[in-house]
Design a protein around this ligand. Structure first.
Ligand SMILES: Cc1ncc(COP(=O)(O)O)c(C=O)c1O
Length: 480
């Protein structure tokens, strides 16, 4: 049991005052406007707001306003009788019958599904993975190993690309990117492979405390390390005395690629991080999982990081809704016996992947197997999506793509994307003539937009792009 000095420091009156404020906030949300229980999420999914009625192909989850989302949450809490706030992570509570905690019960439910002893809810994945690294290193120190404060990962790991070197500046870690060859940039960009066993064989892991494997690799358009490699990497890492950690930010998506359960996917790893704000569509939040001892330590570190917020309830509730809805395919806003005929059919991660595979295939090749015009101006990475996300590399620049997108939107009301990245001049994609990249993830909202709408809009985009780049149709058709 972990003592919680912070909880005592504020004094009971202050705590009660804050709790009342939170309650008033939620009650006011409940009273305000029509309940979201009866809103048509599909309609919300395809609008850009009151003034802009376009269908948005790059928006995986229903596009709710903050008020709508919080309103929905308030309704779910009321509906399920979730009446108590967690306080500082409810560290002192258990899942025993007489000591209920919504947070701790949810942690236990997720841990059970992943076949791990315990799970700890955290506000962010950045925090969760820093904590995982620190625990593994501390454990090795206590066992008297010679491991250094050093971890290894794929060159496209979120820790290397998107976390402002937090692993070094905050936690004092060094890193070894696992390259697919001796060339520095070969592990990133178009055509780069996921982490494979052979990449590790040239790397000295003697000092390495933890090896992080991301499943699927987000920056590679969702490529997966082949499962046989995952198992062999685990054996290799064990032999080297290092810990094996999974960055499973999109692990729910990976179940469709591997055709394995969450417990099967988690089995090889000593620790596992999952996100609630990717495929599950929650507001924010992560869980870190492992053995009981690991999670006890994780709670200590969470306190040190200030991550066990006074209450996490809005995030926990939102994560729980996402988990029920998008993983278990149970609609948490409907009581048993309600008529749910007019509800959205919830899509599984396999169905989302299948939709993406269909769209990619139809856009890039004709029924006769010939390359399409679209394939002249764009390519998908990977060319057959392994999960329900993919990267689309485009020959026009970001500005040019935005121009083509606006023309498509003005004509048919379909917004193809709202996020696009320019390619670095030194990247492999740039060298192959591509100038920009769009990430596509299929969720409940864009997954319900018909394939034909996707086809028409992207083919119209290709038509504009080809004119712009002075490309001639492969079928020699008059594009006018
Ligand atoms: C692969 C991967 N790992 C970790 C993270 C960090 O998660 P968070 O944004 O919750 O800190 C992200 C976020 O996008 C991610 O994509």
């Amino acid at each position: 049991m972990i003592s919680n000095s912070g909880a005592n420091g504020g004094g009971p009156q202050r705590i009660i005052g804050i709790i009342i404020q939170f309650h008033l906030f939620f009650i006011s949300l409940l009273l305000f406007g029509p309940t979201l229980l009866f809103l048509d999420t599909e309609a919300l999914a395809v609008t850009c707001g009151e003034s802009n009625k376009s269908i948005r192909l790059q928006t995986p989850h229903p596009d709710l306003t903050p008020a709508e989302r919080l309103h929905e949450l308030a309704a779910v809490l009321a509906h399920h009788g979730i009446n108590e706030w967690d306080v500082y992570g409810d560290f002192h509570k258990s899942t025993a019958d007489d000591d209920h905690s919504f947070l701790r019960n949810f942690e236990a439910e997720v841990a059970n599904e992943f076949g791990k002893d315990d799970a700890v809810f955290m506000p962010s994945g950045v925090m969760a993975q820093s904590i995982a690294l620190l625990i593994h290193y501390q454990d090795q120190q206590q066992r008297g190993t010679t491991k250094k404060k050093c971890f290894a990962c794929h060159p496209t790991s979120h820790l290397l690309l998107h976390e402002e070197k937090g692993y070094k500046e905050l936690c004092g870690f060094e890193t070894i990117p696992i390259h697919s060859s001796n060339h520095d940039n070969i592990g990133v960009g178009l055509g780069a492979p996921p982490m494979l066993l052979e990449h590790l064989q040239n790397t000295d892991l003697d000092d390495v405390s933890t090896l992080i494997l991301e499943l699927p690799h987000r920056e590679l358009g969702g490529k997966l390390t082949p499962w046989e490699d995952v198992l062999q990497i685990q054996r290799h890492v064990r032999n080297k005395g290092a810990a094996f950690h999974c960055d499973g930010a999109r692990i729910f998506e990976a179940t469709a690629g591997y055709q394995k359960s969450l417990a099967e996917l988690a089995e090889p790893f000593d620790s596992f991080y999952i996100s609630f704000n990717k495929g599950l569509g929650g507001m924010s939040g992560a869980m870190l999982m492992g053995t009981t001892e690991f999670c006890d330590q994780a709670r200590v570190w969470l306190r040190r990081f200030g991550g066990n917020l006074f209450t996490l309830l809005p995030y926990v509730a939102s994560a729980w809704v996402g988990y029920q809805r998008h993983w278990k395919l149970l609609e948490p806003t409907i009581a048993v016996g309600d008529d749910n005929n007019d509800r959205d059919v919830l899509l599984s991660f396999s169905e989302k992947r299948e939709k993406l595979v269909r769209i990619v295939q139809r856009l890039t090749s004709t029924p006769e197997g010939q390359a399409t015009d679209f394939a002249m101006i764009a390519c998908f990475e990977p060319n057959i999506p392994q999960v329900s996300m993919v990267h689309l590399y485009l020959r026009p620049t970001v500005d040019e793509c935005q121009g083509c997108r606006d023309a498509v939107q003005a004509h048919g009301g379909v917004c193809l994307f709202h996020r696009i990245r320019p390619l670095d001049e030194n990247s492999t994609g740039f060298q192959q003539g591509y100038r920009s990249m769009v990430e596509i993830s299929i969720g409940q909202a864009n997954g319900r937009i018909s394939d034909d709408v996707w086809m028409e809009a992207w083919n119209e985009f290709a038509h504009h792009a080809m004119k712009l780049l002075s490309f001639t149709s492969s079928a020699n058709e008059n594009l006018e």
